[in-house]
Design a protein around this ligand. Structure first.
Ligand code: PNS
Length: 180
């Protein structure tokens, strides 16, 4: 006699999780690249809700203002219904605490990324318990970083295939090159 305990039939669905699984994709996004977008899209498939947070670094004057970065991110993620964009000044884990976010999702391009990301992940977990999910980057964008994109675009190099269309147009406008 098995009592009331029985195995779940394959046709039955597991109970949905009671809490919303929410993650944050933090970054400077100055500007967002195809590599960033790839990670955001993949995180959006793993979590119920993803917040892309533009972190304000008061010591770094970026090329794009925080408002521009947010605007660009809104535009390029417009087709992802469970993604929203925000900005934050301060500790990332304080943002997580205020918005009930249990996980940070980030992309890893290389071992040099890994050293830095692991250190931050360990620090964030130590001071708050927030976990970090490090996702392997699409190798097609392994060499793409916001700073290299800006440098190449500054000198008129072609970054068309490395960034979303809107970013390419805005870079061309900023540096006075035609958006071919
Ligand atoms: O795109 P970036 O510049 O590599 O992103 C780094 C960022 C903004 C995610 C990181 O510097 C950060 O989390 N800054 C917020 C301040 C903070 O929480 N610092 C402690 C990190 S352990």
């Amino acid at each position: 006699m098995l009592g009331s305990v029985r195995a779940m039939r394959s046709t039955e669905r597991a109970e949905p999780p009671k809490t919303l699984r929410r993650a944050v994709c933090p970054g400077s996004y100055d500007p967002a690249t195809n590599g960033h977008l790839d990670i955001i899209e993949r995180a959006a498939r793993l979590f119920d809700e993803v917040v892309v947070a533009v972190l304000v670094n008061p010591n770094k004057k970026g090329l794009f203002s925080i408002e521009e970065r947010v605007e660009i991110l809104r535009e390029i993620t417009a087709d992802l219904p469970n993604v929203r964009i925000d900005s934050w000044r301060g500790l990332l884990v304080d943002y997580c605490r205020e918005h009930s976010i249990a996980a940070i999702a980030k992309g890893l391009r290389s071992v040099s990324d890994f050293d830095y990301e692991l250190q931050m992940a360990q620090m964030n977990r130590e001071i708050s318990g927030v976990e970090t999910l490090l996702m392997s980057n699409n190798p097609a964008y392994g060499f793409v970083s916001s700073s290299l994109v800006k440098e190449v675009a500054h000198y008129g190099g072609d970054v068309k295939n490395l960034v979303p269309r809107v970013v390419f147009e805005r870079l061309s406008a900023k540096f006075g090159h035609p958006d071919r």
